[in-house]
Design a protein around this ligand. Structure first.
Ligand SMILES: [Mg+2]
Length: 361
């Protein structure tokens, strides 16, 4: 580890799937393009070109709605093989600069360039060179954020899109934090943001002065992380080649659980953990599953699949609790509980999406 200030870059490709399509098929250039499933098959928009965004077409929107907003929309079926190939070339460029590359998805990665193979002392010229090489070698554009940590670098990359380069030097961190609404953070969805506003917190920096008990009641386990981030503090290292973690969590208890309130609290906590994981990975899931193992080792699972994918912690927790009501929790002693999320269902398979839907911008 380098002592002192870290230099982190977050790179986010611009309208990645749609840009790859426009690059590979010149007839799509300059046109409103949406990558996704057909409107008749209840398809959704996985990515839209900037020309389509002018009409209000957005990722995760039902394709039928997108077509109503933009009647000339060109719908392209996703081809993940080509997106993966483009992603691989981009990662090769990143790794020519530093081994500390952490991909978050096909079109997004963190780089720690504190020490880099290009011999640059500052991160800003590194980011500029990365963008230039991506343009030359892949004909794709990206937006980059440069900052002393991951949290700030990621927000910075979204600040000016497309083809942006936003730098938050250590001396500008405080001024930057002052501008952020609280829902700029991962893990803070609309429901959580509404709860925070109810206790008078609209801006991230207002978390600093919040009453700790009030904050905990509003956002539960998110409170500590929020307080740290409100100070601009994010110690997470850039982890190269980190495999996707499982999106489920489970726990075996030393003593069997019989108290229903306690069991409900545990399931709610686990469901919220999966929501955090989805937020970090920028994934959405349709299906919530819980697992209950009774003291006699009989194990049951219960699943619920919703029409719309989500990562809202409140919704996921509510659905997990609804599933818990369909078990013998509270009536039979329980030795293990688990909760997880999955995106796979018939619709996704039919339109060629991978198991968990990911929307990009
Ligand atoms: Mg992107």
């Amino acid at each position: 580890m380098t002592a002192g200030v870290r230099r982190i870059i977050h790179v986010d490709m611009d309208a990645f799937y749609a840009s790859v399509e426009q690059r590979d098929d010149p007839s799509l250039r300059g046109k409103p393009v949406a990558v996704g499933g057909q409107p008749g098959a209840r398809g959704v928009v996985a990515a839209s070109s900037y020309e389509a965004r002018v009409f209000g077409v957005r990722s995760a929107m039902p394709m039928a709605r997108a077509v109503r907003l933009c009647p000339d929309l060109v719908i392209v079926r996703p081809d993940f093989q080509r997106y993966r190939a483009a992603s691989q070339r981009i990662l090769d460029i990143f790794r020519s600069c530093t081994p500390l590359v952490e991909p978050l998805s096909l079109d997004e990665a963190y780089l720690d360039v504190s020490d880099n193979l290009w011999g640059e002392t500052l991160a800003t010229p590194v980011a500029g060179r990365l963008k230039q090489r991506m343009g030359e070698e892949t004909q794709l554009s990206a937006s980059a954020g440069v900052a002393p940590n991951k949290f700030l670098a990621k927000i910075a990359s979204g600040w000016q899109k497309p083809d942006g380069l936003t730098v938050i030097s250590p001396g500008r961190v405080e001024a930057f934090l002052q501008q952020l609404p609280v829902d700029a953070l991962w893990g803070v969805g609309p429901v959580t943001a509404a709860k925070l506003r109810k206790i008078g917190i609209a801006r991230l920096v207002e978390v600093r002065a919040a009453d700790p008990e009030l904050l905990r009641r509003a956002v539960g386990g998110l409170a500590d992380a929020l307080r740290r981030l409100a100070m601009g503090d994010d110690p997470r290292p850039v982890l190269p080649d980190r495999p996707y973690k499982s999106s489920s969590s489970e726990n075996t208890y030393n003593e069997d659980l019989l108290d229903l309130d306690e069991i409900r609290a545990e399931i709610g906590r686990m469901a919220r953990q999966t929501a955090d994981w989805l937020a970090r990975k920028e994934l959405l899931a349709r299906t919530v599953t819980i697992k209950v193992r009774y003291a006699d080792f009989t194990t049951v699972t219960r699943s619920h699949t919703a029409a719309a994918p989500t990562r809202d912690p409140d919704e996921l927790a509510a659905r997990a609790l609804m599933l818990l009501a369909r078990t013998d929790a509270g009536r039979r002693p329980i030795r293990l509980l688990g909760a997880g999320v999955h995106g796979f269902d018939g619709d996704d398979a039919a339109i060629g999406f991978p198991g968990v839907l990911r929307f990009e911008d």
